[in-house]
Design a protein around this ligand. Structure first.
Ligand code: AHR
Length: 633
Protein backbone atom coordinates (compact mmCIF):
# COMPACT_ATOMS: atom_id res chain seq x y z
CA UNK A 1 0.00 0.00 0.00
CA UNK A 2 1.50 3.36 -0.99
CA UNK A 3 2.34 5.54 1.98
CA UNK A 4 1.02 9.06 2.35
CA UNK A 5 2.80 12.12 3.59
CA UNK A 6 2.48 15.86 3.71
CA UNK A 7 5.47 18.13 3.32
CA UNK A 8 5.47 21.82 4.19
CA UNK A 9 8.18 24.11 2.86
CA UNK A 10 8.40 27.65 4.17
CA UNK A 11 10.89 29.77 2.24
CA UNK A 12 10.54 32.69 4.65
CA UNK A 13 12.16 30.57 7.35
CA UNK A 14 15.69 31.27 6.13
CA UNK A 15 18.31 29.33 8.05
CA UNK A 16 22.09 29.07 7.92
CA UNK A 17 24.16 28.92 4.75
CA UNK A 18 25.59 25.50 4.04
CA UNK A 19 29.38 25.39 3.95
CA UNK A 20 30.37 23.54 0.78
CA UNK A 21 33.05 21.74 2.76
CA UNK A 22 30.37 19.42 4.12
CA UNK A 23 30.70 17.72 0.70
CA UNK A 24 34.25 16.82 1.62
CA UNK A 25 36.28 13.64 1.24
CA UNK A 26 39.07 11.63 2.76
CA UNK A 27 41.80 9.44 1.29
CA UNK A 28 44.18 7.28 3.27
CA UNK A 29 47.15 5.01 2.65
CA UNK A 30 45.03 1.98 3.40
CA UNK A 31 44.21 -1.05 1.27
CA UNK A 32 43.68 -0.02 -2.38
CA UNK A 33 42.68 3.58 -1.73
CA UNK A 34 45.86 5.29 -2.97
CA UNK A 35 48.24 2.54 -4.12
CA UNK A 36 46.38 0.41 -6.70
CA UNK A 37 43.54 2.94 -6.65
CA UNK A 38 44.36 6.59 -7.34
CA UNK A 39 47.99 5.90 -8.17
CA UNK A 40 48.71 4.51 -11.65
CA UNK A 41 51.89 2.49 -11.07
CA UNK A 42 51.26 -0.96 -12.56
CA UNK A 43 53.99 -2.93 -10.78
CA UNK A 44 53.88 -4.34 -7.28
CA UNK A 45 57.00 -4.28 -5.09
CA UNK A 46 58.76 -2.32 -7.80
CA UNK A 47 61.88 -1.76 -5.71
CA UNK A 48 62.20 -5.34 -4.43
CA UNK A 49 61.82 -3.93 -0.92
CA UNK A 50 59.14 -6.33 0.26
CA UNK A 51 61.40 -9.00 1.66
CA UNK A 52 59.11 -12.02 1.11
CA UNK A 53 61.31 -14.21 -1.05
CA UNK A 54 60.05 -16.98 -3.28
CA UNK A 55 61.89 -20.27 -3.83
CA UNK A 56 64.47 -18.74 -6.15
CA UNK A 57 65.33 -15.94 -3.72
CA UNK A 58 63.36 -13.28 -5.62
CA UNK A 59 61.07 -10.89 -3.72
CA UNK A 60 57.36 -11.53 -4.43
CA UNK A 61 55.50 -11.09 -6.71
CA UNK A 62 58.47 -11.09 -9.10
CA UNK A 63 59.23 -14.53 -10.54
CA UNK A 64 62.20 -16.17 -12.23
CA UNK A 65 61.92 -16.17 -16.01
CA UNK A 66 63.43 -19.01 -18.03
CA UNK A 67 65.71 -19.80 -15.10
CA UNK A 68 67.93 -22.85 -14.74
CA UNK A 69 71.11 -23.62 -12.85
CA UNK A 70 72.96 -21.00 -14.88
CA UNK A 71 71.38 -18.01 -13.17
CA UNK A 72 71.16 -17.16 -9.49
CA UNK A 73 69.31 -14.37 -7.75
CA UNK A 74 70.15 -12.57 -4.55
CA UNK A 75 68.88 -9.47 -2.81
CA UNK A 76 71.81 -7.22 -1.86
CA UNK A 77 72.28 -4.08 0.18
CA UNK A 78 73.86 -2.55 -2.86
CA UNK A 79 71.86 0.45 -3.79
CA UNK A 80 71.50 3.32 -6.20
CA UNK A 81 69.98 5.32 -3.39
CA UNK A 82 66.52 4.17 -4.47
CA UNK A 83 65.97 1.98 -1.48
CA UNK A 84 67.31 -0.49 0.99
CA UNK A 85 68.17 -3.32 -1.35
CA UNK A 86 68.52 -4.28 -5.00
CA UNK A 87 68.17 -7.59 -6.79
CA UNK A 88 71.29 -9.17 -8.24
CA UNK A 89 70.91 -11.39 -11.31
CA UNK A 90 74.11 -13.39 -11.64
CA UNK A 91 74.21 -15.05 -15.03
CA UNK A 92 76.78 -17.85 -15.33
CA UNK A 93 76.56 -18.68 -19.00
CA UNK A 94 76.37 -16.89 -22.36
CA UNK A 95 74.55 -19.44 -24.48
CA UNK A 96 71.87 -17.27 -26.09
CA UNK A 97 69.21 -18.29 -23.60
CA UNK A 98 67.33 -15.29 -22.11
CA UNK A 99 67.22 -15.70 -18.32
CA UNK A 100 65.85 -13.15 -15.88
CA UNK A 101 62.82 -12.03 -13.93
CA UNK A 102 59.16 -11.36 -14.69
CA UNK A 103 56.10 -9.82 -13.11
CA UNK A 104 52.75 -10.92 -14.49
CA UNK A 105 49.16 -9.85 -14.09
CA UNK A 106 49.62 -6.49 -15.83
CA UNK A 107 46.67 -5.10 -17.78
CA UNK A 108 47.82 -3.66 -21.11
CA UNK A 109 45.89 -2.17 -23.98
CA UNK A 110 47.06 -3.18 -27.46
CA UNK A 111 48.40 -0.17 -29.37
CA UNK A 112 48.95 1.89 -26.21
CA UNK A 113 52.42 3.05 -25.17
CA UNK A 114 53.86 2.20 -21.75
CA UNK A 115 56.79 3.98 -20.13
CA UNK A 116 59.20 1.69 -18.35
CA UNK A 117 61.97 2.92 -16.08
CA UNK A 118 64.71 0.69 -14.62
CA UNK A 119 67.53 1.65 -12.28
CA UNK A 120 70.46 -0.72 -12.81
CA UNK A 121 74.16 -1.30 -13.00
CA UNK A 122 76.13 -4.12 -14.56
CA UNK A 123 79.39 -5.96 -14.27
CA UNK A 124 80.58 -7.56 -17.53
CA UNK A 125 77.02 -7.88 -18.74
CA UNK A 126 75.85 -7.11 -22.25
CA UNK A 127 72.55 -5.71 -23.40
CA UNK A 128 69.39 -6.85 -21.73
CA UNK A 129 65.99 -7.57 -23.15
CA UNK A 130 62.91 -5.91 -21.71
CA UNK A 131 59.51 -7.12 -22.81
CA UNK A 132 55.94 -6.13 -22.03
CA UNK A 133 53.26 -8.52 -23.24
CA UNK A 134 54.05 -9.43 -26.85
CA UNK A 135 56.68 -6.78 -27.53
CA UNK A 136 60.38 -6.67 -26.59
CA UNK A 137 63.38 -4.42 -26.99
CA UNK A 138 67.07 -4.37 -26.16
CA UNK A 139 68.47 -1.99 -23.53
CA UNK A 140 71.94 -1.10 -22.33
CA UNK A 141 74.43 -2.51 -21.76
CA UNK A 142 74.39 -1.07 -18.25
CA UNK A 143 77.65 0.44 -17.02
CA UNK A 144 79.32 -0.15 -13.65
CA UNK A 145 77.58 2.87 -12.10
CA UNK A 146 73.91 3.05 -11.22
CA UNK A 147 71.76 4.79 -13.79
CA UNK A 148 68.13 5.04 -14.83
CA UNK A 149 67.19 3.55 -18.19
CA UNK A 150 63.90 4.57 -19.74
CA UNK A 151 62.06 3.04 -22.65
CA UNK A 152 58.65 2.96 -24.27
CA UNK A 153 56.98 -0.31 -25.27
CA UNK A 154 53.75 -0.66 -27.21
CA UNK A 155 52.23 -4.14 -26.95
CA UNK A 156 50.01 -5.30 -29.82
CA UNK A 157 47.55 -7.35 -27.82
CA UNK A 158 45.11 -6.28 -25.13
CA UNK A 159 45.27 -8.51 -22.08
CA UNK A 160 44.72 -8.40 -18.31
CA UNK A 161 47.68 -10.69 -17.76
CA UNK A 162 50.72 -9.35 -19.56
CA UNK A 163 54.18 -9.85 -18.08
CA UNK A 164 57.06 -7.44 -17.82
CA UNK A 165 60.29 -9.37 -18.20
CA UNK A 166 63.90 -8.28 -17.80
CA UNK A 167 66.35 -10.84 -19.12
CA UNK A 168 70.03 -11.25 -19.95
CA UNK A 169 71.68 -13.69 -22.34
CA UNK A 170 75.23 -12.78 -21.45
CA UNK A 171 77.44 -13.90 -18.62
CA UNK A 172 77.93 -11.37 -15.82
CA UNK A 173 76.15 -9.53 -13.06
CA UNK A 174 73.19 -7.21 -13.20
CA UNK A 175 71.78 -5.29 -10.25
CA UNK A 176 68.25 -3.94 -10.61
CA UNK A 177 66.67 -1.59 -8.13
CA UNK A 178 63.70 0.53 -9.04
CA UNK A 179 61.44 -0.54 -11.90
CA UNK A 180 58.33 1.31 -12.97
CA UNK A 181 55.66 0.74 -15.60
CA UNK A 182 52.87 3.21 -16.37
CA UNK A 183 50.79 4.19 -19.35
CA UNK A 184 52.79 6.79 -21.29
CA UNK A 185 49.71 9.03 -21.30
CA UNK A 186 49.99 9.47 -17.54
CA UNK A 187 52.68 11.93 -16.62
CA UNK A 188 51.62 12.78 -13.08
CA UNK A 189 51.00 9.24 -11.81
CA UNK A 190 47.27 9.80 -11.28
CA UNK A 191 44.65 7.63 -12.95
CA UNK A 192 42.67 9.87 -15.32
CA UNK A 193 39.44 7.83 -14.91
CA UNK A 194 39.57 8.35 -11.13
CA UNK A 195 40.33 12.06 -11.55
CA UNK A 196 37.34 12.50 -13.87
CA UNK A 197 34.93 10.71 -11.54
CA UNK A 198 36.25 12.64 -8.54
CA UNK A 199 35.92 16.01 -10.28
CA UNK A 200 32.26 15.40 -11.05
CA UNK A 201 31.29 15.15 -7.36
CA UNK A 202 32.86 18.59 -6.71
CA UNK A 203 34.86 17.61 -3.64
CA UNK A 204 35.22 20.83 -1.66
CA UNK A 205 37.96 19.55 0.63
CA UNK A 206 40.13 16.42 0.77
CA UNK A 207 41.70 15.04 3.97
CA UNK A 208 44.97 13.01 3.79
CA UNK A 209 47.14 10.94 4.60
CA UNK A 210 44.97 9.26 7.28
CA UNK A 211 43.26 8.21 9.45
CA UNK A 212 45.25 5.89 11.62
CA UNK A 213 47.99 5.93 8.98
CA UNK A 214 48.72 9.61 9.71
CA UNK A 215 49.95 8.90 13.25
CA UNK A 216 52.86 6.82 11.93
CA UNK A 217 53.63 8.85 8.80
CA UNK A 218 56.77 10.95 8.41
CA UNK A 219 56.01 13.37 5.64
CA UNK A 220 59.60 13.79 4.45
CA UNK A 221 59.51 10.14 3.31
CA UNK A 222 57.06 11.26 0.64
CA UNK A 223 59.07 14.15 -0.80
CA UNK A 224 61.89 14.64 -3.32
CA UNK A 225 62.59 12.36 -6.28
CA UNK A 226 59.97 9.62 -6.40
CA UNK A 227 62.30 6.75 -7.32
CA UNK A 228 64.48 7.55 -4.35
CA UNK A 229 61.83 7.76 -1.68
CA UNK A 230 62.14 5.13 1.04
CA UNK A 231 59.69 2.31 1.55
CA UNK A 232 58.61 2.28 5.15
CA UNK A 233 56.75 -0.04 7.41
CA UNK A 234 53.30 1.41 8.13
CA UNK A 235 52.76 0.59 11.79
CA UNK A 236 49.04 1.44 11.66
CA UNK A 237 47.89 -0.96 8.94
CA UNK A 238 50.91 -3.32 9.11
CA UNK A 239 51.97 -2.81 5.54
CA UNK A 240 54.87 -1.55 3.46
CA UNK A 241 54.26 1.98 2.20
CA UNK A 242 56.02 2.93 -1.02
CA UNK A 243 55.67 6.71 -0.51
CA UNK A 244 55.02 7.31 -4.19
CA UNK A 245 52.07 9.56 -3.35
CA UNK A 246 53.40 12.25 -1.05
CA UNK A 247 52.67 15.91 -0.38
CA UNK A 248 53.37 17.15 -3.93
CA UNK A 249 51.20 14.44 -5.46
CA UNK A 250 48.42 15.03 -2.92
CA UNK A 251 48.27 18.78 -3.55
CA UNK A 252 48.38 18.18 -7.31
CA UNK A 253 45.50 15.70 -7.02
CA UNK A 254 43.52 18.26 -4.99
CA UNK A 255 44.10 20.93 -7.62
CA UNK A 256 43.00 18.60 -10.42
CA UNK A 257 39.74 17.66 -8.73
CA UNK A 258 39.04 21.14 -7.33
CA UNK A 259 39.42 20.26 -3.62
CA UNK A 260 41.04 22.27 -0.81
CA UNK A 261 43.82 20.16 0.71
CA UNK A 262 43.47 19.19 4.38
CA UNK A 263 46.46 17.51 6.02
CA UNK A 264 46.47 15.43 9.18
CA UNK A 265 49.80 15.84 11.02
CA UNK A 266 51.47 12.96 12.85
CA UNK A 267 50.97 13.26 16.59
CA UNK A 268 51.72 9.56 17.17
CA UNK A 269 55.38 9.14 16.22
CA UNK A 270 55.90 12.72 15.00
CA UNK A 271 57.02 15.89 16.77
CA UNK A 272 55.75 19.48 16.83
CA UNK A 273 58.93 20.52 14.99
CA UNK A 274 58.27 17.98 12.23
CA UNK A 275 54.71 19.24 11.81
CA UNK A 276 56.02 22.82 11.72
CA UNK A 277 58.45 21.88 8.94
CA UNK A 278 55.58 20.31 7.00
CA UNK A 279 53.61 23.56 7.24
CA UNK A 280 56.71 25.39 6.04
CA UNK A 281 57.17 22.96 3.13
CA UNK A 282 53.57 23.56 2.06
CA UNK A 283 53.05 27.23 2.81
CA UNK A 284 56.46 28.84 3.31
CA UNK A 285 57.44 31.84 1.23
CA UNK A 286 60.87 32.60 2.77
CA UNK A 287 63.98 30.81 1.50
CA UNK A 288 63.94 28.13 4.19
CA UNK A 289 65.38 24.65 3.72
CA UNK A 290 61.90 23.26 3.07
CA UNK A 291 60.91 25.99 0.63
CA UNK A 292 64.13 25.46 -1.32
CA UNK A 293 63.38 21.72 -1.60
CA UNK A 294 59.80 22.42 -2.72
CA UNK A 295 61.07 24.86 -5.35
CA UNK A 296 63.68 22.38 -6.53
CA UNK A 297 60.88 19.86 -7.02
CA UNK A 298 59.28 22.35 -9.40
CA UNK A 299 56.79 24.05 -7.06
CA UNK A 300 58.08 27.54 -6.23
CA UNK A 301 54.64 28.86 -5.31
CA UNK A 302 53.34 28.00 -1.82
CA UNK A 303 50.60 25.38 -1.68
CA UNK A 304 48.64 27.39 0.91
CA UNK A 305 47.29 24.36 2.72
CA UNK A 306 44.80 25.92 5.09
CA UNK A 307 43.41 22.97 7.08
CA UNK A 308 45.63 20.96 9.41
CA UNK A 309 44.64 18.50 12.08
CA UNK A 310 46.88 17.38 14.90
CA UNK A 311 46.62 13.61 15.20
CA UNK A 312 43.75 11.25 14.54
CA UNK A 313 41.42 9.46 16.98
CA UNK A 314 43.95 9.91 19.83
CA UNK A 315 41.24 8.83 22.29
CA UNK A 316 41.35 5.25 20.92
CA UNK A 317 43.65 2.65 22.45
CA UNK A 318 44.25 1.33 18.91
CA UNK A 319 45.73 4.65 17.82
CA UNK A 320 49.50 5.14 17.66
CA UNK A 321 50.25 7.79 20.28
CA UNK A 322 46.98 7.25 22.19
CA UNK A 323 46.67 9.80 25.04
CA UNK A 324 44.31 10.87 27.76
CA UNK A 325 42.36 14.03 26.82
CA UNK A 326 44.28 16.49 29.03
CA UNK A 327 47.61 15.19 27.74
CA UNK A 328 46.27 15.42 24.18
CA UNK A 329 45.23 19.03 24.79
CA UNK A 330 48.75 19.92 25.98
CA UNK A 331 50.34 18.14 23.03
CA UNK A 332 47.97 19.90 20.64
CA UNK A 333 49.16 23.26 21.99
CA UNK A 334 52.81 22.25 21.53
CA UNK A 335 52.12 21.27 17.92
CA UNK A 336 50.10 24.42 17.35
CA UNK A 337 52.96 26.64 18.49
CA UNK A 338 55.39 25.17 15.96
CA UNK A 339 52.84 25.05 13.16
CA UNK A 340 51.47 28.60 13.40
CA UNK A 341 55.03 29.87 13.78
CA UNK A 342 55.48 28.82 10.14
CA UNK A 343 52.10 30.08 8.96
CA UNK A 344 49.78 31.93 11.35
CA UNK A 345 46.90 31.79 8.88
CA UNK A 346 46.34 28.00 9.07
CA UNK A 347 43.17 26.57 10.60
CA UNK A 348 43.74 23.85 13.18
CA UNK A 349 41.52 20.87 13.85
CA UNK A 350 41.74 19.10 17.21
CA UNK A 351 40.81 15.47 17.82
CA UNK A 352 37.31 15.26 19.25
CA UNK A 353 35.40 12.08 20.02
CA UNK A 354 31.95 10.60 19.61
CA UNK A 355 30.19 11.50 22.90
CA UNK A 356 28.17 8.30 22.83
CA UNK A 357 31.38 6.31 23.20
CA UNK A 358 33.69 8.81 24.95
CA UNK A 359 31.38 11.11 26.93
CA UNK A 360 34.17 13.09 28.69
CA UNK A 361 36.78 13.53 25.97
CA UNK A 362 35.54 16.68 24.23
CA UNK A 363 34.98 18.71 27.38
CA UNK A 364 38.42 17.80 28.73
CA UNK A 365 40.21 18.72 25.48
CA UNK A 366 38.25 21.97 25.16
CA UNK A 367 39.14 22.93 28.73
CA UNK A 368 42.83 22.71 27.88
CA UNK A 369 42.83 24.05 24.33
CA UNK A 370 39.94 26.55 24.44
CA UNK A 371 39.66 28.67 21.31
CA UNK A 372 43.19 27.81 20.19
CA UNK A 373 41.56 25.32 17.86
CA UNK A 374 39.38 26.25 14.86
CA UNK A 375 37.55 22.93 14.61
CA UNK A 376 36.81 19.99 16.81
CA UNK A 377 36.70 16.78 14.79
CA UNK A 378 34.38 13.83 15.31
CA UNK A 379 34.04 10.47 13.51
CA UNK A 380 31.14 8.05 13.21
CA UNK A 381 30.83 4.81 11.26
CA UNK A 382 27.46 3.08 10.99
CA UNK A 383 26.48 0.74 12.54
CA UNK A 384 28.35 1.73 15.67
CA UNK A 385 30.48 -1.26 16.66
CA UNK A 386 29.89 -2.81 13.17
CA UNK A 387 27.05 -5.13 12.23
CA UNK A 388 26.14 -8.15 14.37
CA UNK A 389 23.25 -9.41 12.24
CA UNK A 390 22.77 -11.42 9.04
CA UNK A 391 19.22 -10.11 8.73
CA UNK A 392 19.54 -7.74 5.76
CA UNK A 393 16.12 -6.13 6.28
CA UNK A 394 16.98 -5.29 9.86
CA UNK A 395 20.39 -3.96 8.84
CA UNK A 396 18.68 -1.87 6.14
CA UNK A 397 16.35 -0.25 8.68
CA UNK A 398 19.26 0.45 11.02
CA UNK A 399 21.43 2.03 8.31
CA UNK A 400 18.81 4.28 6.73
CA UNK A 401 17.64 5.47 10.17
CA UNK A 402 21.15 6.06 11.56
CA UNK A 403 21.51 9.66 10.30
CA UNK A 404 19.05 10.52 13.10
CA UNK A 405 21.53 9.34 15.74
CA UNK A 406 24.35 11.04 13.86
CA UNK A 407 22.43 14.32 13.97
CA UNK A 408 21.81 13.89 17.67
CA UNK A 409 25.50 13.21 18.22
CA UNK A 410 26.52 16.33 16.23
CA UNK A 411 24.15 18.42 18.35
CA UNK A 412 25.73 17.04 21.52
CA UNK A 413 29.20 17.99 20.28
CA UNK A 414 27.96 21.53 19.60
CA UNK A 415 26.43 21.81 23.06
CA UNK A 416 29.71 20.80 24.69
CA UNK A 417 31.69 23.30 22.61
CA UNK A 418 29.25 26.12 23.38
CA UNK A 419 29.45 25.42 27.10
CA UNK A 420 33.19 26.12 27.07
CA UNK A 421 34.02 28.41 24.15
CA UNK A 422 31.57 31.20 23.30
CA UNK A 423 30.72 33.02 20.08
CA UNK A 424 30.60 29.99 17.78
CA UNK A 425 34.35 30.30 17.21
CA UNK A 426 34.87 26.58 16.80
CA UNK A 427 33.36 24.60 13.95
CA UNK A 428 32.60 20.90 14.04
CA UNK A 429 34.58 18.89 11.47
CA UNK A 430 32.77 15.58 10.95
CA UNK A 431 35.86 14.39 9.18
CA UNK A 432 35.23 10.64 8.92
CA UNK A 433 31.83 9.11 8.34
CA UNK A 434 30.36 6.26 6.37
CA UNK A 435 28.59 2.93 6.53
CA UNK A 436 31.04 0.23 7.66
CA UNK A 437 29.41 -3.12 8.30
CA UNK A 438 32.33 -5.53 8.13
CA UNK A 439 35.44 -6.04 10.17
CA UNK A 440 38.72 -7.38 8.91
CA UNK A 441 42.34 -6.60 8.21
CA UNK A 442 43.23 -3.49 6.25
CA UNK A 443 43.63 -5.21 2.91
CA UNK A 444 40.33 -6.99 3.51
CA UNK A 445 38.23 -3.86 4.03
CA UNK A 446 36.26 -3.51 0.82
CA UNK A 447 32.64 -2.59 1.50
CA UNK A 448 30.11 -3.11 -1.27
CA UNK A 449 27.77 -0.16 -1.16
CA UNK A 450 24.13 -0.58 -2.09
CA UNK A 451 21.27 1.79 -2.85
CA UNK A 452 20.64 1.46 0.91
CA UNK A 453 23.87 3.33 1.55
CA UNK A 454 22.96 6.14 -0.84
CA UNK A 455 19.84 6.68 1.29
CA UNK A 456 22.09 6.80 4.35
CA UNK A 457 24.42 9.38 2.73
CA UNK A 458 21.42 11.51 1.73
CA UNK A 459 20.22 11.30 5.36
CA UNK A 460 23.65 12.49 6.54
CA UNK A 461 23.43 15.46 4.15
CA UNK A 462 20.04 16.38 5.54
CA UNK A 463 21.43 16.18 9.07
CA UNK A 464 24.34 18.39 8.01
CA UNK A 465 22.00 20.89 6.34
CA UNK A 466 20.05 21.16 9.58
CA UNK A 467 23.33 21.61 11.47
CA UNK A 468 24.75 24.03 8.89
CA UNK A 469 25.53 26.72 11.45
CA UNK A 470 27.57 24.29 13.50
CA UNK A 471 29.13 21.65 11.25
CA UNK A 472 31.20 23.39 8.62
CA UNK A 473 33.23 20.48 7.33
CA UNK A 474 32.53 16.79 6.75
CA UNK A 475 34.63 14.17 5.01
CA UNK A 476 33.30 10.83 3.88
CA UNK A 477 35.75 7.94 4.25
CA UNK A 478 37.06 7.09 1.65
CA UNK A 479 36.91 8.46 -1.84
CA UNK A 480 38.49 5.50 -3.67
CA UNK A 481 38.17 1.77 -2.80
CA UNK A 482 38.15 0.41 0.81
CA UNK A 483 34.94 2.20 1.95
CA UNK A 484 34.42 3.46 -1.55
CA UNK A 485 32.66 6.13 -3.53
CA UNK A 486 34.77 5.13 -6.52
CA UNK A 487 35.75 1.51 -7.16
CA UNK A 488 38.66 0.59 -9.42
CA UNK A 489 40.17 -2.49 -10.96
CA UNK A 490 43.26 -2.49 -13.16
CA UNK A 491 41.53 -0.80 -16.09
CA UNK A 492 38.12 0.52 -15.05
CA UNK A 493 36.53 2.76 -12.43
CA UNK A 494 32.90 3.31 -11.51
CA UNK A 495 30.83 5.13 -8.91
CA UNK A 496 28.97 3.26 -6.16
CA UNK A 497 25.41 4.30 -5.18
CA UNK A 498 27.07 6.41 -2.47
CA UNK A 499 28.93 8.26 -5.23
CA UNK A 500 25.61 9.16 -6.85
CA UNK A 501 24.30 10.58 -3.57
CA UNK A 502 27.31 12.91 -3.62
CA UNK A 503 26.74 13.70 -7.30
CA UNK A 504 23.17 14.65 -6.45
CA UNK A 505 23.78 16.84 -3.41
CA UNK A 506 27.11 18.42 -4.36
CA UNK A 507 25.66 19.50 -7.71
CA UNK A 508 21.97 20.07 -7.03
CA UNK A 509 21.42 21.16 -3.42
CA UNK A 510 21.28 24.96 -3.05
CA UNK A 511 23.37 26.75 -0.40
CA UNK A 512 20.76 28.48 1.81
CA UNK A 513 18.68 26.32 4.14
CA UNK A 514 14.95 27.06 4.46
CA UNK A 515 12.30 25.60 6.71
CA UNK A 516 10.57 22.33 5.92
CA UNK A 517 8.81 19.62 7.86
CA UNK A 518 7.06 16.39 7.08
CA UNK A 519 4.21 14.34 8.50
CA UNK A 520 4.21 10.66 7.57
CA UNK A 521 4.19 7.10 8.89
CA UNK A 522 7.11 5.82 10.89
CA UNK A 523 8.95 2.53 11.37
CA UNK A 524 11.05 0.90 14.07
CA UNK A 525 14.78 0.51 13.48
CA UNK A 526 15.95 -2.25 15.81
CA UNK A 527 19.32 -2.13 17.50
CA UNK A 528 22.25 -3.46 15.46
CA UNK A 529 25.78 -3.62 16.88
CA UNK A 530 25.94 -0.73 19.32
CA UNK A 531 23.34 1.38 17.48
CA UNK A 532 20.41 2.01 19.79
CA UNK A 533 16.89 1.03 18.75
CA UNK A 534 14.99 3.94 17.16
CA UNK A 535 11.25 3.51 17.74
CA UNK A 536 9.79 6.19 15.44
CA UNK A 537 11.73 6.80 12.24
CA UNK A 538 9.75 8.78 9.63
CA UNK A 539 9.75 7.13 6.22
CA UNK A 540 10.43 10.49 4.60
CA UNK A 541 13.21 12.93 5.40
CA UNK A 542 13.14 16.38 3.78
CA UNK A 543 15.71 19.14 3.44
CA UNK A 544 14.89 22.33 1.56
CA UNK A 545 17.39 24.84 0.28
CA UNK A 546 17.26 28.02 -1.75
CA UNK A 547 19.58 29.58 -4.31
CA UNK A 548 21.27 32.89 -3.37
CA UNK A 549 19.20 34.76 -6.00
CA UNK A 550 15.99 33.50 -4.27
CA UNK A 551 14.69 32.19 -7.60
CA UNK A 552 14.75 28.49 -6.89
CA UNK A 553 13.80 26.34 -3.98
CA UNK A 554 15.25 22.81 -3.97
CA UNK A 555 13.30 20.26 -1.98
CA UNK A 556 15.28 17.06 -1.32
CA UNK A 557 13.14 14.10 -0.25
CA UNK A 558 14.35 10.67 0.89
CA UNK A 559 11.80 7.87 0.81
CA UNK A 560 13.24 5.25 3.16
CA UNK A 561 10.46 2.76 2.58
CA UNK A 562 12.14 -0.20 0.87
CA UNK A 563 9.14 -1.25 -1.20
CA UNK A 564 6.37 1.38 -1.16
CA UNK A 565 6.12 4.57 -3.18
CA UNK A 566 4.97 7.63 -1.31
CA UNK A 567 2.32 10.03 -2.55
CA UNK A 568 3.08 13.33 -0.82
CA UNK A 569 1.06 16.53 -0.68
CA UNK A 570 3.53 19.38 -0.82
CA UNK A 571 2.74 22.94 0.23
CA UNK A 572 5.10 25.75 -0.60
CA UNK A 573 4.65 28.84 1.54
CA UNK A 574 6.19 32.30 1.39
CA UNK A 575 6.78 32.32 -2.37
CA UNK A 576 5.01 32.27 -5.75
CA UNK A 577 5.91 29.12 -7.67
CA UNK A 578 6.30 29.85 -11.38
CA UNK A 579 4.79 26.50 -12.29
CA UNK A 580 7.82 24.72 -13.65
CA UNK A 581 10.98 23.07 -12.47
CA UNK A 582 13.15 20.04 -12.80
CA UNK A 583 13.55 16.85 -10.77
CA UNK A 584 16.70 14.83 -10.25
CA UNK A 585 16.07 11.28 -9.07
CA UNK A 586 18.37 8.69 -7.53
CA UNK A 587 16.60 5.34 -7.45
CA UNK A 588 17.13 1.62 -8.06
CA UNK A 589 14.98 -1.44 -8.70
CA UNK A 590 15.78 -2.53 -5.13
CA UNK A 591 17.45 -0.92 -2.12
CA UNK A 592 19.85 -3.89 -2.18
CA UNK A 593 20.98 -3.17 -5.75
CA UNK A 594 24.43 -1.92 -6.55
CA UNK A 595 26.73 -0.91 -9.40
CA UNK A 596 29.48 -3.17 -10.67
CA UNK A 597 32.12 -3.39 -13.40
CA UNK A 598 29.56 -5.25 -15.52
CA UNK A 599 26.83 -2.66 -14.87
CA UNK A 600 28.61 0.50 -13.72
CA UNK A 601 25.56 2.73 -14.11
CA UNK A 602 22.76 0.45 -13.01
CA UNK A 603 22.14 3.06 -10.34
CA UNK A 604 22.58 6.66 -11.45
CA UNK A 605 20.80 10.02 -11.56
CA UNK A 606 17.92 10.66 -13.92
CA UNK A 607 16.43 14.07 -14.64
CA UNK A 608 12.96 15.03 -15.78
CA UNK A 609 10.94 18.26 -16.03
CA UNK A 610 8.36 19.33 -13.44
CA UNK A 611 5.16 20.98 -14.57
CA UNK A 612 2.03 22.42 -12.99
CA UNK A 613 3.77 23.26 -9.74
CA UNK A 614 1.60 25.52 -7.59
CA UNK A 615 1.59 26.42 -3.89
CA UNK A 616 -0.01 23.03 -3.29
CA UNK A 617 0.86 20.06 -5.45
CA UNK A 618 1.43 16.33 -5.24
CA UNK A 619 4.41 14.20 -6.12
CA UNK A 620 5.13 10.47 -5.96
CA UNK A 621 8.46 9.56 -4.40
CA UNK A 622 9.48 6.03 -5.46
CA UNK A 623 10.32 3.39 -2.85
CA UNK A 624 13.91 3.59 -1.61
CA UNK A 625 14.80 6.74 -3.52
CA UNK A 626 16.12 10.28 -3.19
CA UNK A 627 14.53 13.08 -5.22
CA UNK A 628 15.61 16.68 -5.60
CA UNK A 629 12.71 18.87 -6.76
CA UNK A 630 14.13 22.10 -8.19
CA UNK A 631 11.23 24.55 -8.28
CA UNK A 632 11.26 28.00 -9.90
CA UNK A 633 9.81 30.67 -7.58
O1 AHR B 1 38.75 5.00 7.57
C1 AHR B 1 39.42 3.93 8.14
C2 AHR B 1 39.90 4.19 9.55
O2 AHR B 1 38.80 4.37 10.39
C3 AHR B 1 40.71 5.45 9.76
O3 AHR B 1 42.04 5.24 9.53
C4 AHR B 1 40.49 5.75 11.19
O4 AHR B 1 40.62 7.12 11.49
C5 AHR B 1 39.11 5.21 11.47
O5 AHR B 1 39.08 4.49 12.65
Amino acid sequence: MPINASIRVNVTQVGATIDRRIYGHFIEHLGRCINNGIWAEMLQNRKFEDADLNRDGIPDPWLPHNADSQIVYRTEHESSGCGYQSLLLHSLRADGRERGIAQGGLAVQGGEAYRIGIWMRGEDIGRLTVSLGDVATKVGPPGPRWGKYELILMPNTTTEDASLTITVSDRGKLWIESVSCMSDEIHDGLRPDVVELAKAIKPAVLRWPGGCFADGYHWEDGTKERDKRPWRWDPAWKNLEANEFGTDEFVHFCRLIGAEPYICANLGTGTPEEAGEWVDYCNGTQKSEQVIIRSQMGYPEPYNVKYWSVGNETYGTWEIGHLEPQAYGQRFLEFREKMVEKDPSIQLIAVGADPLVYPDWNRAVLEVVGDKMNYLSVHRYTPLGRSDTDDQEKLYRCIVAAPMTVEYMLRQVRTTIDAIVFDNKIGVAFDEWNVWTTTGPAEGIEETYLMRDALYAAGIFHALHRQAASVTMANVAQMVNVLPLIVTNKTQAYGTPLYYAFLLYANHAAPITVGSDVTCDTFVAESVGKEPELPMVPYLDVSSTMTPDYRWVHVAVINRHPSEDCLAKISLRGCFPKGNGQAVLLSAPSVFDTNSFEEPERIKLTEFPLEKISEDFEHVFPAGSVTMLKIAI
